[in-house]
Write a protein that binds this ligand. Structure first.
Ligand code: Q46
Ligand code: ZN
Length: 309
């Protein structure tokens, strides 16, 4: 039986990219230390700042807020109930269970309270794909909820990050490549965004959540089936199986050469406040308020259909 590289106890966890076998306790310590090193290296946070953690109910986001609070950072969670059937109901249940167990503050808001319906129905009404509607709404609500915070943290892990990287490279989206970084400084109404898990793999965050007894939802959002990112992850996992360490090298190599794309990201976009809500946007009315208007128009129309003269 393999022994823990650090203490000689029987090893329970093997991290192939680092060729490291560890016992449970040393894995936890090693994982937390590596994440803290990323936080320091990219100057993501200090312990006086207030960070809002985007919580989906999955392993990454719950593991992240757990770890940040454990390390003494001032983290508050923020969960959006997207109104996507059983998936959203179960996510909310896990979030509540976690909140009760850990005694952390988690703010919960709901898309239904904003629009009177969930993501699926909004998407049908405005004839836009669910993920595009969902992206607009989540971005807006996160930034709004983070008004009194210094930054927003997300649980994106190494696998998420390199799947995005692969998509950006395959399509040579140089502007996106210029903006792909573990920290995005705040600008206009957008808060600073940080991704403390970018150098730890999905396997590691799942293992950490498991050994730290974190209750999380296993199911993926039903709208994620067929997503390109899932396909890219499968390909990258196959490459990693054949050539250990490729995933980490892909990301670190990109970060080393990212300066090559910076000029593409410099295009100045003129932003002005939305005339309805003040959120900085490129047109008179921001996408969130436009969605609201379209939904309300549709509701008015169908109401008129049924109401007597
Ligand atoms: S965007 Fe799309 Fe996700 Fe929203 S609708 Fe589900 S899959 S949750 S990250
Ligand atoms: Zn607006």
């Amino acid at each position: 039986m393999r022994k823990c590289r650090l203490c000689e106890k029987p090893a329970e966890i093997y991290i192939s990219s680092h060729n490291l076998a560890l016992c449970r306790e040393d894995f936890i310590e090693n994982f937390e230390r590596r994440v803290e090193r990323t936080i320091r290296k990219f100057k993501m946070l200090d312990k006086r700042e207030r960070v809002l953690v985007a919580i989906s109910g999955g392993k990454d986001s719950l593991a992240l807020i757990h770890l940040l609070n454990k390390l003494g950072y001032r983290a508050t969670g923020y969960h959006i109930d997207l109104g996507i059937g059983d998936y959203s109901r179960e996510s909310l249940e896990r979030v509540r269970e976690f909140r009760k167990r850990e005694g952390v503050e988690i703010i919960v808001e709901s898309v239904r309270d904003e629009f009177g319906m969930g993501i699926g129905e909004i998407s049908k009404r405005v004839k836009q794909p669910p993920c595009s509607v969902c992206g607009t709404i989540k971005r807006y609500m996160f930034n709004r909820a983070a008004r009194n915070f210094d930054s927003i943290a997300t649980g994106h892990n190494l696998d998420d990050e390199i799947a995005t990287l692969m998509g950006n490279v395959l399509n040579w989206q140089t502007e996106y490549l210029a903006r792909q970084y573990p920290v995005l400084e705040s600008r206009d109404s957008l808060k600073k965004k940080i991704k403390p898990f970018v150098f730890v793999s999905e396997y590691e965050t799942a293992t950490y959540a498991f050994v730290e007894n974190i209750p999380y939802i296993l199911e993926e959002c039903p709208y994620s089936t067929g997503a390109k990112s899932i396909f890219y992850k499968e390909i990258l996992n196959r490459v990693e199986e054949r050539m250990t360490g490729t995933k980490l090298r892909f990301l670190s190599g990109f970060l080393k050469h990212r300066h090559l794309f910076l000029a593409s990201g410099e295009r100045k976009i003129d932003l002005k406040p939305c005339i309805k809500c003040g959120y900085m946007t490129t047109s008179d009315i921001c996408q969130f308020c436009r969605l609201k208007e379209r939904i309300n128009d549709k509701r008015r129309q169908s109401w008129q259909k049924f109401s007597p003269e």
